[in-house]
Design a binder for this molecule. Structure first.
Ligand SMILES: Cc1cc2nc3c(=O)[nH]c(=O)nc-3n(C[C@H](O)[C@H](O)[C@H](O)COP(=O)(O)OP(=O)(O)OC[C@H]3O[C@@H](n4cnc5c(N)ncnc54)[C@H](O)[C@@H]3O)c2cc1C
Length: 860
């Protein structure tokens, strides 16, 4: 065993072996994988080996597609078979709502290069005759599904990595991790200590324990999982003989069941409601190649549905029931990337579908370690996406919820109840008393909308407009015409201070820093000139700045800030960063009467001249010390008021009392998001993500290329010089009773060729071969390079929606999304259609925001 290496990967399951392979492939060959026992000694060995490309997050779906197409490569390099069976599979819908969900998934596939198809239950039955098709209303076919040999696949990665020069050390447990002052890790193992620059946690079932070695409680939990194998079935053999094909994989939403052919019989797995965590607090180190006791009673309700939906299976004898544990994060997606607050400590764990995702995880992580960037939009699996609130017990409740509804639909307006309320502001009870429907915003209870008095404050979940439509309209109209108040505690808030603060922020942000008492809006880009943040920054005093940003990105942004703290030049101690979390909370008042209201609450002059648009002041509001920004996300005249939590009730009551004469209303997050739509304002994680350049994102006026150097300036300048290929645009959509939800395809009737558009960084899109024929399915995932869309007559898919909804004040259905730049200013009618739930709706680009296009009201 070497004593010094560049990187140590802990864990020899499918994920660790994939990470090792990808690091070696990227040129890091001085690397070592350390495995406690033999390879596949965690959950990898008893997996059912199924794989598929579909995922709720289109970016994760792309990485799954990459995983599937990688198997050939590692088989060839290693000489080890993965026993790949690319059978294809169907997802079965039993209700119209589930069919809507499939329509949405199918539509997304249009620009992701996925070759899915909506089919009838009878067509599905023809490929899996053991089902009773009368239980279903429709299905979606995906050709890139199948199964493989989990052990063979893990060994194929390992052998391929060894061939490239990586070392694998078996039967050697890592028992401790310590770090030297210079950042070198001491990886203490049963066989001695290895010094490494980087450590990767691929501990699978023990990932939590490895996290604890460095003082981190990772939000990951193992769940028991069962699948059964039947005796050989004559029906299966007969089908194979008569068609020359294997039976396909089937996913049954209603039953939370998956099933497929295994040898001459059937494999059927369940995600049962009465699910059970395994080793909820500590994972025993002596657990290895063993199975858990099957518990048929627990899965009996799932089997009952399964046998009803697939009566052909009921007749078969059960040969074996496998029960094994595997890990999940809160939302079922992996935890990948560098852990904030540590240097060179990386995670690739909570990978619940190692054979669908392992390759993509390995590729993204190795890119990140070797090149400093994952190369893809991996937010959906970034370890930074959960906060400190994701404690052991919180994780336990959320993972159980996620497991028990693994294949359930999540409606766009659906809030899941487990582990709530976790964090609350002092106004929580007041908001409930006001009949607020609350939502979870990065672990914080936040008012979404207010139900009329006497009605139950509850969403009716739907893909269509629902019971919140009327009340949100009222909240918006009252705010736009009078004044409204909302809680904004869920924004991220930071303070950056010290003599080096301004230089530091100038280096990070694309806009110039403001003068004292002023505010700027500014994106942040990475070295590749891609959007990684969007902030409001106020200079609150000499060497002191307040920053507001996206709540969910707090750890993501802290990780970036810490990474770029000055090391030479101004000393690190000269820049201090503080994240407030919920030690600073806020209220926003907006609407034409908001100034009159504020004036009643303060003892300073807040007239237009004295307190201008984009001004910042510290002032007492209703007697409480507050920071006030003259800015609001509603795009109207308005203010953001920030205070310590101890004052929030006082300030809120003062606002409501003083606002009575103006007819003040409470409004929630959904009204706020509706109002931002009619101003064409983007949102972080929807319109603005690391796959877009700042000019693509139409953030031009905030990019000051002429100012001092900033990270990513060169790449941004190049984007401008070459002209962005894509543009973020706003649409008015001729919708019926459903608005866009995000990820819908945008069609255009383009007679002329508008040129080839490079795919955004790592984002998939349909691709065309030399003959102009579209390349679809997994081939497109290999390196889709052009967004030219699926052709239907003169119509093509030319882009995708990022978000949208109903803009209540202007009474229009609106959407934002990306289209080729050459089409971005074409406001003609009849040019675009947006596909909502399978129906293509006429849409029109709206260059100027429909509400207050000149910004007169905002600046008044
Ligand atoms: C019953 C069942 C069915 C499944 N079906 C599927 C399926 O159909 N498709 C699919 O994609 N996935 C399936 N899975 C999930 C799949 O098994 C996991 O996604 C995958 O195995 C995760 O791999 P891993 O490498 O992250 O973790 P693991 O396989 O748990 O590997 C972790 C490794 O780390 C080693 N290790 C831990 N701590 C240390 C230490 N301190 N020092 C040294 N070594 C250490 C362990 O010994 C172990 O070998 C199934 C799982 C089960 C249980």
């Amino acid at each position: 065993m070497k004593s010094h290496v560049k990187a140590v990967v802990i864990g020899g399951g499918v994920v660790g072996c994939s990470v090792l392979y990808h690091l070696a492939k990227a040129g890091w060959t001085d690397i070592m994988l350390i495995e406690r026992s033999e390879l596949t000694s965690g959950s990898s060995w008893h997996a059912a080996g199924g794989f598929h490309t579909l995922n709720g997050d289109p970016n994760v779906a792309k990485l799954q597609a990459y995983t599937v197409q990688l198997y050939k490569e590692i088989e060839e390099l290693s000489g080890q078979s993965c026993s790949l069976h690319l059978t294809g599979g169907v997802m079965m819908a039993d209700t119209p709502e589930r069919m809507d969900f499939l329509r949405l998934a199918h539509a997304k596939g249009r620009y992701l290069g996925m070759d899915t198809e909506l089919i009838t239950p009878s067509e599905a039955k023809a490929m899996f005759p053991l089902m009773d098709e009368n239980n279903f209303v429709g299905a979606m076919w995906d050709p890139v599904e199948g199964h493989l040999d989990p052990s063979g696949t893990t060994h194929a990665y390992a052998k391929a990595a060894r061939k490239l020069g990586a070392e694998i050390v078996l039967r050697n447990r890592v028992v401790e991790l310590t770090q030297e002052v210079d950042g070198t890790w001491n990886v203490v193992t049963e066989q001695g200590t290895v010094k490494a620059e980087h450590v990767v946690n691929c501990g699978g079932l023990w990932a939590r324990e490895i996290g604890r070695m460095v003082g981190v409680e990772l939000p990951v939990l193992a769940m028991e999982h069962m699948y059964l194998l039947t005796e050989p079935m004559p029906e299966v053999e007969q089908f194979n003989k008569s068609t020359g094909r294997e039976m396909i994989g089937v996913l049954d939403f209603k039953g939370e069941i998956y099933t497929r052919q295994e040898r001459n019989g059937i494999l059927l797995g369940t995600y049962e409601k009465a699910c059970k965590p395994w080793s909820p607090v500590n994972t025993p180190w002596d657990f290895g190649h063993e199975l858990l006791q099957p518990d048929i009673d627990r899965i009996a309700p799932s089997l009952e549905i399964g046998f009803k939906h697939f009566p052909g299976i009921e007749k078969a004898g059960i040969k074996q029931i496998i029960n094994g544990p595997f890990t999940f994060a809160l939302d079922g997606n992996p935890l990948v990337g560098p852990v904030q607050g540590l240097t060179n400590f990386w995670c690739a764990c909570a990978v619940m579908a190692g054979f669908s995702q392992g390759g993509g995880v390995g590729l993204a992580l190795s890119n990140w370690m070797v090149h400093g960037d994952p190369g893809f939009d991996v937010w959906g699996m970034d370890v930074a996406r959960f906060g400190e609130w994701a404690t052991l017990r919180y994780t336990n409740a959320k993972v159980r919820e996620n497991y028990s509804r693994r294949f359930s639909i999540r409606f766009p307006n659906e809030e899941l109840p487990a582990a709530r309320p976790a964090q609350t502001t002092p106004l929580y009870d007041t908001m409930l008393a006001n009949n607020a429907v609350m939502g979870d915003s990065w672990g914080l209870e936040t008012p979404l909308w207010f139900a009329p008095k006497g009605t139950e404050p509850k969403d009716i979940v739907s893909f269509h407009r629902s019971n919140d439509f009327g009340p949100i309209g009222e909240e918006v109209r009252a705010t736009r015409e009078r004044v409204g108040v909302t809680e904004i505690a869920n924004f991220a808030k930071y303070e950056v201070s010290g003599p080096g603060a301004e230089d530091f922020l100038n280096r990070l942000m694309t806009n110039r820093m403001p003068k004292t008492g002023r505010i700027v809006l500014t994106p942040m880009v990475n070295e590749f000139g891609k959007l990684i943040g969007d902030f409001t920054i106020a200079k609150t005093g000499e060497d002191r700045f307040m920053i507001w940003g996206s709540s969910a990105a707090q750890k993501y942004h802290m990780r970036w800030f810490e990474k770029h703290l000055p090391k030479d030049g101004p000393r690190t101690s000269e820049v201090r960063i503080h994240r407030f979390d919920q030690t600073l909370v806020g209220l926003s008042i907006a609407g034409p009467k908001s100034r009159d209201l504020l004036q009643k609450l303060v003892d300073v002059d807040v007239s237009t001249k004295a307190f201008r648009f984009m001004d910042f002041r510290e002032m007492a509001v209703g007697g409480a010390p507050c920071m006030v920004n003259r800015i609001t996300y509603t795009g109207d005249l308005g203010y953001e008021i920030w205070m310590a939590p101890a004052y929030q009730r006082l300030v809120y009551k003062a606002i409501k009392d003083a606002g009575e004469e103006f007819g003040i209303v409470d409004f929630g997050m959904r009204a706020l998001l509706s109002m931002r739509l009619e101003k064409n304002f983007p949102t972080w994680f929807r319109e603005l993500r690391p796959i877009y350049g700042p000019f693509e994102g139409s953030m031009d006026r905030f990019i000051k290329l002429e100012k001092n150097d900033f990270i990513g300036r060169e790449a941004a300048a190049k984007e401008l010089a070459q002209g962005p290929k894509l543009r973020r645009v706003s649409f008015i959509v001729d919708a019926a009773d459903a608005d866009v939800m995000g990820d819908e395809p945008i069609w255009a009737k383009v007679g002329k060729d508008y040129g080839t558009v490079e795919k955004p960084h790592g984002y998939g899109a349909p691709r065309f071969d030399e003959a102009g024929k579209e390349v679809r399915g997994s081939k497109a995932a290999e390196g889709a390079s052009a967004v030219r869309g699926i052709v239907d007559g003169e119509w093509r898919v030319v882009g995708w929606v990022t978000s949208g909804g109903y803009a209540h004040y202007v009474q229009k259905s609106m959407a934002q999304g990306y289209v080729p730049a050459t089409l971005a200013e074409d406001e003609s009618a009849g040019l675009f259609e947006i596909e909502i739930l399978g129906h293509r709706r006429p849409a029109r680009i709206n260059v100027e925001p429909p509400f207050d296009p000149s910004g007169e009201k905002m600046r008044a």
